[in-house]
Design a protein around this ligand. Structure first.
Ligand code: DAH
Length: 368
């Protein structure tokens, strides 16, 4: 085939080159558009891309080689672009995807960084919860869970809050509607604490028991900077022969040191919970001021962190209905319950509890 289509180039400035290549491109596009059938496609391929006599080879031979040195680059760029177009047209005609050259011409920059997919990470509440669990797991405690929708019996009655007892008022309870036909003990509510899982554990497992129970709890109260109507607790229960108040004290002192650092001191303050007797609030020396007194500890040097006490014999009596081994004459035990949000807020210096639930990645990424 002769290549009359290729005129001689007389000017090598950019405008002249653009014009010359545009004319060739138009020629190729027109020819490709008119292709009908495999033979025509093959003829198109030979005509444009044929190794020995193809038009592009001719362009390369005559234009590139005759170009003055300073125009070679301008010409080369346009030549490669035209080649990519022609190959693309051929691929299209063959029903194939774009050629490598056509893809390259789309200016994919393989040196750009790839799309980074973030690996999942623990939510700060989960992370804190797991930290607490690890401290007790190392002491031989197992881990249990219970239902969030709980009966009046487990949440209150078996924990020694009798029906109508004023202690129930301290736990602003969200109850499930339309249960008038049920007896009081079977009425459902959202558990206000993880303590009912103490009873569920004892009913299914004879002593000795050492267990921690993490979980979500609910209270009917207004959200503010430090309160949320849904929050998390970790409950603890230890029952065996000869468990004493000093075991409770030593265990919690160790746990607080493990969680907040070995220089933290603990002290117990008399308190009341229906399910423990005696009951105590655990205070730790203020981790912000070291006990000197600051705004966070209201100048007292101490921060109240959790509730605890010796399991009330009345609670064992309820457990003994299902597991006779919980005879308060033979065994004793202690229990404790702590708020995970509160501990996380102290550990990480967070002042707004709502940050845990807002799902703001800028906050969550701080804990990765
Ligand atoms: N259930 C209590 C609450 O939510 C916390 C608590 C206090 C749990 C003392 C205990 C305990 O097991 O012994 O306020």
């Amino acid at each position: 085939m002769t290549n009359e289509e290729i005129p001689n180039l007389t000017a090598f400035d950019e405008a002249a080159l653009d014009k010359a290549f545009a004319a060739l491109e138009k020629q190729a596009r027109d020819a490709a558009a008119a292709l009908n059938g495999a033979e025509a496609v093959e003829a198109f391929r030979l005509h444009w891309l044929g190794r020995k006599q193809g038009l592009l080879k001719d362009v390369s031979d005559r234009w590139l080689k005759s170009a003055p040195a300073d125009a070679k680059k301008l010409l080369g760029v346009r030549f490669n672009a035209l080649k990519a177009v022609v190959e693309g047209l051929l691929d299209q005609a063959l029903g194939a995807g774009p050629s490598d050259a056509a893809l390259a011409a789309e200016a994919i920059d393989v040196t750009l960084p790839g799309t980074r997919r973030l690996t999942g990470a623990e939510h700060p509440i989960t992370k804190t919860q797991n930290e607490i669990i690890r401290v007790f797991a190392a002491l031989g405690y197992s881990v249990g869970v219970g239902p969030e929708v709980e009966t009046d019996y487990y949440n209150f009655e078996s924990m020694n809050f009798p029906p109508g007892h004023p202690a129930r008022d301290t736990q602003d309870t969200l109850v499930i509607a339309n249960q008038d036909r049920r007896s009081q003990r079977d009425r459902l509510l959202l558990r206000t604490h993880t303590s009912p899982v103490q009873m569920r554990t004892m009913e299914t497992q004879p002593p000795p028991v050492r267990i921690v129970i993490p979980g979500k709890v609910h209270r009917n109260e207004a959200d503010d900077a430090t309160h949320s109507s849904t929050f998390h607790q970790v409950e603890g229960l230890c029952v065996d022969t000869n468990i004493t108040f000093s075991d409770l004290k030593g265990t919690l002192d160790h746990a607080m040191k493990a969680l907040f650092g070995s220089s933290v001191k603990t002290r117990l303050f008399p308190s009341f919970f229906p399910f423990t007797e005696p009951s105590a609030d655990v205070q730790i020396s203020c981790i912000f001021c070291g006990g000197k007194g600051c705004r966070k500890c209201k100048q007292s040097g101490w921060i109240e962190l959790l509730g605890c006490g010796m399991v009330d014999p009345a609670v064992f009596a309820f457990a003994a209905e299902k597991q006779a081994a919980y005879d308060p004459k033979k065994i004793s035990g202690f229990a404790f319950g702590m708020g995970v949000e509160r501990i996380a807020m102290m550990k990480y210096g967070i002042s707004e509890i709502g940050q845990f639930y807002a799902g703001d990645m800028r906050f969550l990424e701080e804990f990765v």
